[in-house]
Design a protein around this ligand. Structure first.
Ligand code: FMN
Ligand code: FE2
Ligand code: FE2
Length: 388
């Protein structure tokens, strides 16, 4: 595993998970994922969060190694989701003198997950409270519904470190050779995307802090160019598109809708569309398709009719967009059906339930295979979508 250094007194004890089949039983992680945890060594020793039970014993060994025979004074709990909190009971039993530091919501929910006696072991903190460790001081900032109700982040003021919970995290193990943005976007939009206003509220509070380093609970420690990452978070949480471009998302059984949409991609390119990204929703990564829809300003959905409804992968896609509060986009609709096309109406009704979605005309109806007339309609749709 790649060595991760934070500072001389803040030590990384997290773990890579390269074997997980699906993160949160939903997200493909071809390059794995990390569960980050840190130890602050000072007069008092604080362990910052735990890890998923999948990595529990490896993490426990990392903690024991850096503690070198000492016992921690505190375990700080930012978030109770099991990918971070899953090893709390393990460390609480290993170090009976250690206190658990978190907010009241965490301590109310904790017994739902674990079965050990908290009596005399909790230190409850709230917004603006701090905890002195010696030369280090942790300041607690509540971040409700980013993306669970009990979430909080911690700011360490002597070294100016923000422990950002799931914020600023990304998929991918520590040594994954990939740039930050795509996997951070896929992570953020799919996991936290619904909670834009709450993220904005947290960013507002963070803007008052002098931050030199961000320690998230997944992915690399961010030490440079923090403005870049913060700008991405401001954008993603505002539901504004990042870039001009068209996502063409297609659901096809026998391939005729897909073939038409491949032609539509060519038409868009012929007409000068800047970025055109194509997804076959039955095969491509759903979370990537959702994240791409957020990235660009225009979305086209094309679906064949299936038992008077949508083909399931399109329903799944639109359901994800709906619950992630997708909004502020231009949309085009293409349907296919051999005897009674219904998919267009169903897609339209999804979009009508979302905020500020402008549906472009014409809606294109294909009856089994694309005709020349369909091609003309698709050209008109492309014009409407690309018009400023
Ligand atoms: C299981 C199944 C159910 C279908 N249900 C409908 C339907 O309710 N109404 C309709 O017009 N076409 C229906 N179709 C036909 C397809 O929508 C149509 O053949 C379309 O052209 C398929 O496009 P594709 O080649 O992109 O899969 C159904 C096809 C299948 C295989
Ligand atoms: Fe989480
Ligand atoms: Fe997480």
């Amino acid at each position: 595993m790649k060595e991760v250094t934070v500072t001389d007194s803040v030590l990384y004890v997290g773990c890579d998970d390269r074997d997980i089949d699906l993160f949160e039983s939903q997200y493909r992680v071809p390059n794995g994922v990390t569960y980050n945890s840190y130890v602050i060594m000072d007069e008092k020793i604080a362990v910052m969060d735990t890890v998923d039970p999948r990595a529990m014993e490896e993490w426990m060994q990392n903690v024991e190694r850096v503690l070198d025979g000492k016992g921690p004074d505190y375990l700080v709990i930012s978030h109770l989701e099991p990918d971070h909190a899953g090893s709390i009971q393990r460390i609480a039993e290993r170090y009976p003198a250690m206190k658990l530091v978190s907010n009241a919501k965490v301590f109310a929910m904790l017994p739902q997950f674990f079965n050990f006696d908290l009596t005399g072991r909790t230190v409850t903190v709230g917004e603006g409270d701090s905890l002195e460790l010696g030369s280090h001081t942790l300041h607690f900032v509540m971040a409700p519904m980013v993306h669970w109700p009990e979430v909080m982040v911690e700011y360490e003021s002597s070294e100016k470190i923000l422990f950002a919970a799931d914020g600023f995290g990304k998929f991918g193990a520590m040594d994954a050779e990939e740039e930050w943005t795509d996997e951070a976007r896929r992570y953020f939009i799919n996991i936290v995307g619904k909670y834009g206003p709450q993220v904005q509220a947290l960013l507002k509070k963070a803007a008052t802090l002098d931050i030199a380093m961000i320690c998230p609970l997944h992915g690399p420690v961010l030490k440079e160019n923090l403005g870049f990452y913060i700008d991405k978070y401001l954008k993603w949480s505002s539901y504004e598109p990042e870039e001009e471009g068209v996502v063409v998302a297609c659901a096809s059984i026998h391939g005729n809708t897909r073939k038409a949409m491949q032609r539509f991609v060519e038409i868009l390119r012929e007409k000068g569309a800047k970025n055109v990204v194509f997804f076959d929703l039955a095969r491509d990564d759903m979370a990537e398709a959702v994240a791409s829809a957020y990235r660009y300003d225009t979305l086209v959905t094309a679906c064949c009719t299936y038992d008077a409804n949508l083909f399931p992968c399109m329903e799944d896609f639109l359901y994800h967009l709906k619950i992630k509060n997708f909004q502020n986009r231009k949309v085009g609709i293409v349907e296919n059906g051999s005897w009674a096309p219904m998919a267009g109406k169903q897609m339209r009704s999804y979009f009508e339930g979302m905020k500020n979605i402008r549906i472009a005309d014409p809606m294109v109806t294909i009856r089994s295979t694309m005709t020349e007339e369909n091609e003309e309609e698709m050209k008109a749709l492309a014009d409407a979508l690309l018009a400023k």
